[in-house]
Design a binder for this molecule. Sequence first.
Ligand code: SAH
Ligand code: SF4
Ligand code: F3S
Length: 475
Amino acid sequence: MFMLKPCLKEAQKRTKEKVVFKSDIYKVSDELKCLGKNKKYYIKTYGCQMNEHDSENIKAILEDMSFQEVDNMEDADLILLNTCAIRENAHNKVFGMIGRIKHMKETKPDLIVGLCGCMAQEEVVVEEILNKFRFLDIVFGTHNIYDLPNILKKSLDNKKIEVDVPSIEGDVIENIPVKRDSKYKAWVNIQFGCDKFCTYCIVPYTRGKQRSRKHEDILKEVEELVKAGYQEVTLLGQNVNAYGKDLSDNYGMADLLRDVALTGIKRVRFVTSHPWDFSDDMIDTISKYPNIMPYIHLPLQSGSDRILKLMGRRYTKEAYLELFNKLKSKIPNCAITTDIIVGFPGETEEDFKDTLDVVNKCEFDSAFTFIFSPREGTPASRMSDNVSLKEKEERLYKLNDLVNKYARIKNEAYQDKIVPVLLEGVSEKDANCLMGYTDTMKLVNVKCSKEYLGQIVNVKINDVKTWSMDGEIVL
Ligand code: SAH
Ligand code: SF4
Ligand code: F3S
């Protein structure tokens, strides 16, 4: 039987080969259009916004084949796990879930089970699946989502596990359908893959090389979203600031931000920004257009120059602080959040203190903090590491205490203020409340009627906590 298994060596490669733009590669034959008739699907998504958005594409593809979505895994005829490979615990969660599904399949032999996303792109993961979990029906990767109908058909015809995971640098595929989770805010891919190869990170191997979508295609998508009544778009990429650098049309992120703002969409967001590519033009554009939100996620990773160098991050503590201060001074009311890794191989107490020092200087609005997790195939996984897990955990707790302190202080500044909030859903904590985010990405719960759903309203903040606020609408 033919299998296309992922290959780490291939995934590490970067050649000069040109990116191909494919706009008519997604097709569903009449036969496949009925494949899912009377069948239900459940998809579980792990990982980042890019995976969330891929799942929105996958849902639309499955619905093109007549499958219907269900919220409960037990009710599904097809279960798909869209996975994340960024840290060991993401892996473990997925393998735990596969074990659970294996039991389900024993009583429900017709259950179709699939694995896709970043873990599927890992050679070691697919080997483990083939050794221990051959009950799976399909395994496909991040590069060939469009081919899901054919992959599924092959597996059903052959009654065998179908592995189809190309380890390629990747193309730009347009016109994949999408079933969006929200009616008010939308993810829009602007760039795929990553070429930064930070030494700890697996993304460049699971997502291929950095490649930008054409701005015409992005703007068309945003214009359609505006017409459909969307209030907010978030432009997605691993290094959105480097948008366009791989194209030869002299059109970069500052141009794209301007043109997206000019479509008239009420709110423009973007993630993730790498400090290396943040240009002055971008900063000027963000401060010029009121519908570009004053919120930037600017991963720090470490405050130690020595560790930043080992990580291959291409900036120093000094340069990070300089950029941070520039953003704060040029963009009024700008909130900045970050990502930090503790316990990188060989991180000393001194290095860690440098990280704490940056946190104290920046007083981030919030931060995602992680313990370094060695990923197969990355340079950092081969670096010698003499820091104990206990030590790393203590550093993480210490860092979290500091991060939480500043998050709380930043929130407290909102007490009694009136701020714009896009009400996007029912609050998880209280069914009588709607929830949404301020322009600066603060979570707010608002006691109000459901008729405000999907609107940007002025909210007076009555109470603040570390991770959320409560408020009421003022008209
Ligand atoms: N492209 C983004 C990051 C995407 S991954 C950037 O360059 O900033 C999201 C976060 O996961 C990273 O910012 C990093 O803090 C964390 N991360 C990535 N690899 C990791 C690893 N091996 N161990 C622990 N955390 C990791
Ligand atoms: Fe990973 Fe670095 Fe690329 Fe971000 S920039 S996705 S951390 S390699
Ligand atoms: Fe995870 Fe892949 Fe995103 S590894 S963080 S799902 S790009």
